[in-house]
Design a protein around this ligand. Structure first.
Ligand code: CDP
Length: 224
């Protein structure tokens, strides 16, 4: 059977990664979490500047030193930065606070997009992010764009954060979700926007299983 590229874009905390992982598992495809890559660069930038303010000139100059790779484990997809597992650290609130600014820097996007294209070279991938259907793989055979009300997304993310031991208030999570949406949608370099040929799915009142069913229907049509 022909392998295809499945692009899943959308707003923060719409469940893109959960959906993408499940689809990849079912099809025996590779899942690539591009958000984790922007988070990894953000984490590296924060580590480089102990005073907590990223020095962008320094970070851009260091990009060739940042080696990101993923490994599957029983705990799910793990993100490694220069050989160290940083899966938990990249989800901390200090990273949430800077990641959208980091992701608005053209040089950083070019650096990561190039790697994402190489990863997708062989097809048979599910990639989630903000610009996969528009910029990384405009030729992807299947494109989805997930949306949901900010309060519902923040509730989900708040629950996940608490489970991971990050004690942030619901209000703080909601404010971060909204500010990242704004920053991601208004940046100059590849802003978050629905590709004209993407299928939009409003997930506010759908369970994960219902979202999966909807996406699977369109994927099955493409796969014939
Ligand atoms: O999981 P969540 O939806 O909260 O975010 P994520 O997918 O981990 O992405 C974190 C941030 O990285 C986003 O808010 C964007 O600023 C940036 N990002 C991006 O600009 N382009 C992508 N392809 C993926 C993420």
């Amino acid at each position: 059977m022909n392998k295809i590229i499945i692009a899943i874009d959308g707003y923060a905390a719409t469940g893109k990664s959960t959906i993408a992982k499940r689809i990849a598992k079912k099809l025996n495809y590779i899942y690539i979490d591009t958000g984790a890559m922007y988070r990894a660069v953000s984490y590296f930038g924060l580590q480089q500047s102990p005073e907590g303010k990223i020095n962008f000139t320094k970070l851009i100059a260091s990009l060739p030193e940042i080696k990101i790779h993923f490994e599957n484990s029983e705990k799910g997809l793990q993100t490694f930065i220069n050989g160290e597992n940083r899966s938990l650290q990249i989800r901390e609130s200090r990273v949430n606070e800077v990641v959208s600014v980091v992701a608005s820097v053209r040089e950083i996007r070019e650096f990561l997009v190039e790697q994402q294209r190489i990863m997708g070279n062989e097809k048979g991938i599910v990639m989630d992010g903000r610009d996969i259907g528009t910029v990384v793989f405009p030729e992807a055979e299947c494109k989805f764009f997930l949306t949901a009300a900010p309060e519902i997304r923040a509730q989900r993310r708040h629950k996940e954060q608490l489970e991971a031991g990050n004690n942030e208030s619901f209000e703080a999570v909601l404010a971060n979700v909204k500010s990242r949406d704004h920053q991601d949608s208004t940046r100059v370099t590849s802003p978050l926007t629905k590709a004209s040929d993407a299928i939009e799915v409003e997930v506010s009142h759908l369970t994960i299983e219902e979202v999966l069913q909807k996406l699977q229907y369109h994927i099955d049509k493409k796969l014939g």
